[in-house]
Every structure is written in structure tokens, then in C-alpha cells.
Design a protein around this ligand. Structure first.
Ligand SMILES: Cc1cc2nc3c(=O)[nH]c(=O)nc-3n(C[C@H](O)[C@H](O)[C@H](O)COP(=O)(O)OP(=O)(O)OC[C@H]3O[C@@H](n4cnc5c(N)ncnc54)[C@H](O)[C@@H]3O)c2cc1C
Length: 381
């Protein structure tokens, strides 16, 4: 699927080559080991890919279509490994975007710039054990003290959480005031009071690092609070998550594309009843259905990314892209797996990994129900 944007297609050419040479050969081993791929992350940093979203003045790539190119980056990496791509997506988008938009010079120098070079790992933590879809009800408390804030609470499902050097943490300054009291703080993971509760083992995106975190009376200096008008932290956190939906959709596109290519190849290689199974119309039609799902997912994703690049309101298009790409990607991987018959269930074939990984883009950044909720609210106006 092409984007009809020369810059994005040139960009795709470079990253696709890296994915084929460096990521694809390691993808199975990474999934099996379930660990963070630090070396590959560093390599991408050296190549400048974490700067895709940002202008040259900020140390970024200065692309004309940053959102579309970042979506292509996520798609191509996900074609190799959604788990690896999810960590890159967090580092190159949400966790750095917040600092770029609302950070001060110290934050940009100490955290943002090294993250763009891949020298520091970034994470973003809003979800808590008792606050997922209902993000405004988070309980991690920021209490004002002399010269800063004391943070107490815990987070769950934080991507890059066990390996992060810094984490943008969303906390409430007054639990009585819901979303209006949320603020964002940059937490250096070397500080006293920060603790990784545990690394979480997963069925999907196994090589993306996922953690439970704890903050025990952790002191955050005033200059580590991200700028916001009083209580505007939630609006900012929400804005960061909105654009991110496009990139999560792109993960679904890349993964489904890989599943399609693998199923097509298998259908040509596997023979039953004296002919390749791809010659049976049932299989051929199923491959067309998978292809249609991939194209549908890609079209929604590229359209939303291009709207973001034009500075248009993406509330609906980003949620729609994630909803459509997540669901279509999952259905595509399910159908792709059926083409492998019994071999699809075997670890030595990638079909099961594509299906397992296809669940992540549906959940990360908000479930399909929440995407429906966001779109329904906008359509009511
Ligand atoms: C691998 C992974 C990585 C993640 N990375 C991060 C990260 O880096 N940082 C971070 O902050 N979070 C992260 N998340 C969290 C993710 O955003 C949440 O899991 C997601 O928003 C859903 O929240 P929940 O899991 O608490 O589910 P819940 O909110 O408890 O939802 C459970 C079910 O109820 C449904 N539901 C809930 N509310 C409604 C409603 N109003 N209407 C209809 N249905 C509803 C949901 O759709 C779902 O089916 C990650 C999650 C995963 C799995």
C-alpha cells in the first residue's frame, strides 16, 4: 500500500531495508526471549529515527510530513516485530512529544535530546491498576511541598517501564477534582522513591517491555513539572494520546501486512490434493479478504496521519484509524493463521505471533469500546 507521498515513500525505502536486514532475522528470538532489544534501539537512535516527528531545531529530522513518516516507521518496524515497534513508538512519540510540547529547556537538554539519540529510554505512564479507560480517575497523588512535589502511587502496563531513564508520569494534584487536577511530571528513574514493581510477562508483543511502577514519597523538583495552565495537564496528556492512536493503528497495518505476505507465500508452497493450496478458490478468496483488510487499515491510518500533518482536527480520524486498523488487523491475522492449517499453531511458524501481536493495537492507547465512545461523542455534535 502506497501513501502517494514521495517523502514518505523514500522514507519507507530506508527503514524497510533496515527492518529486512536487522529486525526480521531477530524477530522470533526477541519474541521468545521477551526482553527489551537495547542494541537495536540504540542503532535506530544512531540512524536518527527517533527524531522523525521533530524539526531540525529540536534535533529532529525536519520532515515535511512528520506524522505520515512516523506512521510509516511504526508500520515498517511492526512488519518485523510489533513488540519492538511498540517501544520505538513510545520513545519517538508520546514520551518525547510531551517534553517537546510542554517541556522547558532543561528537560529538552537532559531528557529529550538524549532520547532522540537513543541514549536515554523514555516512557509515559498514565494507566493505573484501577484506572485504565477511565484515565481521569487516576489516584497517583502529587502533593505540593517546598521546591517541588511529592509523588505517591503506582502505575501499570508502562511500556519501556523497567528500562526507562525517565518517565512522564500523570498524577492528580487533587483527587476530588477528577481530570481537571491532572498534571504531568518528568521522573528520573535514578531518583530515590522510584521503584519497578515488576516486569510483566505477556501473551502479546512479548519483546515490548511492560512494567508495574511504584512511587514512594518521590520528590520531583518544580522544574520537572510539564507546563500547563492550572489543571490543563489532562488536556495535554489527552492530546499526546490522540495523535498516538494513528501510530498504534500503523502497528496493526504493519503486522497484518506481514501476516498477509506469510500466508500468501505459504499458500504457494503448501500442496494438498496434488496442487498448491493457493489454487483452491476458498484460499484465494481468503487471501483477497486479508489483502482488503490490510488496505482498509492502511488507508484509514495514512488519511489520519496526513490530516495531522495538515494541522487538522484528528479527534475522529485518529480514533477511527485505530478502531478500523485494530479490528481489521486482528481479523486479517486470524484468517492468515487459518491458511497455515495445523502448522499455524506451531511456534516455528510466524502466524501465531502475528495473531498474538494483533491484539495489542486494539488495546494500547484505548480499547475499541473507548474508540467508539470518542467517535460517538464527536458525531453527536
Ligand atoms: C502491552 C500494553 C502496553 C501498554 N502501554 C502503556 C503505556 O506505556 N502507558 C500507559 O499509560 N498505558 C499503557 N497501556 C494501558 C492501556 O492503554 C490500557 O490497557 C487500556 O487503555 C485499557 O485499560 P484497562 O486495561 O484498564 O481496561 P479497562 O478500562 O478496565 O477495560 C476493561 C473492558 O471494559 C471496557 N470498558 C471500559 N470502559 C468502558 C466504557 N465507558 N464503555 C464501554 N466499555 C468500556 C473496555 O473496552 C474493556 O473491554 C498498555 C497496555 C498494554 C496491554
Amino acid at each position: 500500500m502506497r501513501t502517494f507521498c514521495e517523502e514518505a515513500e523514500d522514507f519507507r525505502g530506508y527503514i524497510a531495508k533496515w527492518v529486512d536486514e536487522r529486525l526480521v532475522p531477530q524477530a522470533e528470538a526477541l519474541d521468545e526471549a521477551g526482553g527489551f532489544a537495547r542494541e537495536l534501539t540504540r542503532e535506530l537512535g544512531d540512524l536518527g529515527y527517533f527524531g522523525t516527528m521533530y524539526p531540525v531545531e529540536a534535533g529532529g529530522s525536519g520532515l515535511e510530513n512528520p506524522n505520515l513518516c512516523f506512521a510509516i516507521l511504526c508500520e515498517e518496524l511492526a512488519r518485523g516485530s510489533v513488540g519492538f515497534a511498540a517501544g520505538v513508538c513510545m520513545q519517538g512519540s508520546t514520551a518525547t512529544h510531551t517534553l517537546y510540547e510542554w517541556g522547558n529547556d532543561m528537560m529538552r537538554e537532559t531528557y529529550f535530546a538524549p532520547a532522540l539519540r537513543g541514549e536515554k529510554i523514555a516512557a509515559y505512564a498514565i494507566t493505573e491498576p484501577n484506572a485504565g479507560s477511565d484515565a481521569a480517575s487516576i489516584a497517583t497523588r502529587a502533593t505540593k511541598v517546598d521546591g517541588g512535589w511529592r509523588l505517591n502511587g503506582s502505575k501499570i502496563f508502562t511500556s519501556n517501564g523497567t528500562v526507562a531513564d525517565f518517565i512522564t508520569v500523570v498524577a492528580t494534584t487533587d483527587p476530588e477534582r477528577g481530570g481537571r487536577a491532572l498534571e504531568m511530571f518528568v521522573v528520573d528513574t535514578g531518583w530515590d522513591g522510584f521503584r519497578v514493581g515488576r516486569k510483566l510477562d505477556k501473551f502479546s508483543v512479548r519483546c515490548s517491555d511492560t512494567a508495574e511502577l511504584a512511587f514512594d514519597d518521590l520528590f520531583v523538583p518544580d522544574d520537572h513539572m510539564l507546563a500547563s495552565e492550572q489543571g490543563g495537564g489532562f488536556r495535554n496528556a489527552y492530546r499526546a494520546l490522540t495523535v498516538d492512536r494513528i501510530f498504534t493503528a500503523a502497528l496493526a497495518v504493519g503486522n497484518a501486512r506481514a501476516a498477509y505476505v506469510a500466508a500468501l507465500r505459504y499458500a504457494q508452497e503448501r500442496s494438498q490434493f496434488g496442487q498448491p493450496i493457493g489454487k483452491f478458490q476458498a484460499i484465494e478468496f481468503r487471501l483477497v479478504d486479508i489483502y482488503a483488510r490490510v488496505q482498509t487499515a492502511a488507508l484509514h491510518t495514512y488519511a489520519a496521519a496526513q490530516m495531522a500533518d495538515r494541522g487538522e482536527d484528528i479527534t475522529v480520524s485518529a480514533a477511527l484509524a485505530k478502531l478500523v486498523a485494530g479490528n481489521e488487523g486482528n481479523a486479517a491475522c486470524n484468517e492468515a493463521m487459518s491458511i497455515f492449517g495445523g502448522y499455524g499453531l506451531m511456534q516455528e511458524y510466524p502466524a501465531q505471533r502475528y495473531l498474538r501481536d494483533s491484539h495489542f493495537p486494539m488495546i494500547g492507547g484505548g480499547t475499541p469500546d473507548i474508540m467508539h465512545k470518542i467517535i460517538a461523542k464527536q458525531l453527536r455534535h
